[in-house]
Design a protein around this ligand. Sequence first.
Ligand SMILES: Nc1ncnc2c1ncn2[C@@H]1O[C@H](COP(=O)(O)OP(=O)(O)OP(=O)(O)O)[C@@H](O)[C@H]1O
Length: 535
Amino acid sequence: MADTPTDSKSEAPSRSLADRLSTSRNGTNAEAPSFTPGKFSSSSWASDNSSPSSQPGNGVEPAKTDSVSPPPAPTTTASSDLAPAMMDGGAPWQGDSEYDNNVASALDEPEFDVNVKLSDLRADPNSPLHSAIKSFAELNLPPELEQGLIAMNFTRPSKIQERALPLLLANPPTNLIAQSQSGTGKTAAFVLNILTRIDRTLPAAQAVVLAPTRELARQILSVAQTMGSVMTDLTFRAAVPDPEKRGQKVVEHLVVGTPGTISDLIKRRLFDVSHVQILVLDEADSMLDMSGMGEQCKRVKHLLPKDVQVNLFSATFPEQVMGYAYAFAPDPNVITLEVKQLTVEGIKQIYMPCGGDEKKYQLILKLYELMTISSSIIFVARRDTAAELERRMVADGHTVASLTGALDGPERDAIIDKFRKGNAKVLIATNVLSRGIDVQSVTVVINYDVPLTSTRNPDPETYLHRIGRTGRFGRVGVAITLCQDRRAVDQYHAICRHFSVKPYEVLPGNWDEVEAQLKRIIKGSRAGKNLDVNA
Ligand SMILES: Nc1ncnc2c1ncn2[C@@H]1O[C@H](COP(=O)(O)OP(=O)(O)OP(=O)(O)O)[C@@H](O)[C@H]1O
């Protein structure tokens, strides 16, 4: 098992992937993938440029309503055959316990000519980034928080922020179940409510946010710290497994953590929850999954004051968890989306049938040869697949890192931080990273394995969350799913049918043609429309 994060410069021969990957960040915007460095110059993905997304409006229901010579390819094993410890996340969550190189490219045009501004997206009432109001000021937030929003560079609310905030901020506090597409700003919605309600003169914990992984908990905490940066005396605590903090009392105003750690702190009387007035579950549908963290979340809630305001946020609320959601957050206001509204138009969805596991591995190498990618995540189903894929890619000269639940907390923190900083450009991950992680430079997500549930059925929710690691807040992204056999193709199509999505099929083989197709797809992204890639 390649437990060590590899960014192995010593082994990197002539073809270091990192050398060919551009860190194309411009302001807060990441560059969309382009092709064949040297031939195809990167487009200027200027700040605020992106493709339009056309999502129907959110419906607000008011209240009550993986070298050598040659090693085997990383295998894709049916999840039902797995020792549970090999799996991370997905459905259900495992918790925090946690070639020919002859591409005669015709892609020598300097750049695509279509740019669509974020402001255009915001003007489109069907976009999830649209809001009727022009600024956060109209939400009557405390002035210090407006300063925090300036620190975040947020000028206007997104649709979910515009709709959720008035419901969250109203008094008496009411529970909320809120759904909005990936990357549309749900974090800010619940953090703003929390920061508005905390009484800083009271030196006690007043808000608890539960997240499924330490990475997401740390990310949420960091958003809150930035937003609350001008609020003097506001204190924060990450409650994730951390040997250094074991035994330390929780006295901070806002506590963000994983449910196991938080319930443990409360039970050991290290966390006085008597002043907690807000409980937020991010990725609430996976948190409430009774085969996952549901019991731990219930336990935490039962330890909190009875009148706590409960906020459940996610991009997905499958029908089977809605009952748990209503029981967990009684009498809520509800903001929901129809299933066909859930996919983000800016994320171009591609699948590539590739005829076997070894061919799948070769395809990965080829894709990284063809595309100049800012940052990318390769999702795999199993920890051993991640380890083997990492080992092979490194042996083949690529610089990659991998993050799975097999690593201990500090190792995970170091890897995700390195990826965020752009010091690792390719991250191989299990589903432990499929939800919530916001790294704007991620322009490509590759599903090395079609996401499946523990019962080996197609897993649309995990798919949606995985591909949602790209295309954040109006940016362009590409999601490529590799299908090693007919069955995987069928499983992929079942997922697409679930979301009423018509994916692009790109057949490997003729690499000139593959390159041309990918180019057309991305061009279509920038133009905000689906082009006929076979045209
Ligand atoms: N009003 C805003 N203006 C500009 N950028 C924003 C705004 N709100 C959020 N963002 C940015 O959008 C990105 C996505 O936000 P966030 O991570 O909260 O999305 P999310 O809806 O929680 O996604 P997911 O479902 O994947 O968890 C972040 O980089 C955040 O900084």
